[in-house]
Design a protein around this ligand. Structure first.
Ligand SMILES: N[C@@H](CCC(=O)N[C@@H](CS)C(=O)NCC(=O)O)C(=O)O
Length: 215
């Protein structure tokens, strides 16, 4: 998103596989111990630095701040926000659980795997149907596409064959051709974002640490 809208930024990697999301300083910015979070040092008010967590809120903020990727007219704006909420409420949580039970859970639990893989496939169908009618998920290119793309980018974690969803595949390839998307992905590739499901990783990411420190 920052590449798309052309704002200057610096990144501070937070290695969630090592539990860095529980660091006290990070929790003051992101109290739910999740990435992403931002600090805006130039929010235009002249007040103290302003921080935000939750990617949907961050995307809306950056879109409003720059006047890009989120229309201002109520009808078009809510269309984008509707698909952004679809990502926040369904794609993110369901694909996330699918990846967890397929790749990270210490034991294979068929019910959980079926449940989340079926949900993931169902959501791909919803997107494929929608993208049969429009080039981008909310009509024009928007923050809703920016929010959904990363989850489709890591589809191997969910064992998805994108060729089964030709409209999603066309959409994915179109976004992948965007220079800003390429710059964003290159930045991501510089950091270890997906690790082996070791005991240490499980402990840092999903284990006691989270229960104890998340309170
Ligand atoms: N609804 C949140 C979800 C963010 C999220 O799940 N982040 C994961 C990585 S994809 C995370 O930071 N997990 C660390 C943890 O749960 O401890 C958003 O969209 O910002």
């Amino acid at each position: 998103m920052l590449e798309e809208v052309g704002l200057e930024y610096t990144t501070i990697p937070v290695n969630i596989l090592k539990g860095e999301q529980f660091a006290k300083d990070f929790l003051t910015i992101s109290p739910n111990n999740k990435i992403p979070a931002i600090v805006d040092h130039a929010d235009g008010t002249g007040g103290p630095h302003f921080s935000l967590f939750e990617s949907g809120a961050i995307l809306i903020y950056l879109a409003d701040k720059t006047g890009q990727l989120l229309p201002s007219s109520p009808r078009l704006r809510i269309e984008v926000l509707q698909w952004l909420m679809f990502q926040m409420a369904s794609v993110g949580p369901m694909f996330g659980q699918c990846g967890h039970f397929l790749g990270y859970a210490p034991e294979k639990i068929p019910y959980a795997i079926d449940r989340y893989q079926n949900e993931t496939l169902r959501l791909y169908k919803v997107m494929d149907k929608r993208l049969a009618d429009v080039p981008y998920i909310a009509g024009d290119y928007s923050i809703a596409d920016v929010a959904i793309y990363p989850w489709v980018h890591v589809r191997w974690l969910h064992e998805i064959d994108i060729t089964q969803f030709p409209n999603v595949e066309r959409w994915y390839n179109t976004l992948s051709d965007r220079p800003a998307v390429q710059r964003g992905c290159a930045l991501l590739n510089e950091h270890e974002v997906i690790g082996d499901p070791s005991d240490e990783t499980r402990e840092a990411f999903f284990g006691k640490t989270q229960l104890e420190q998340g309170q």
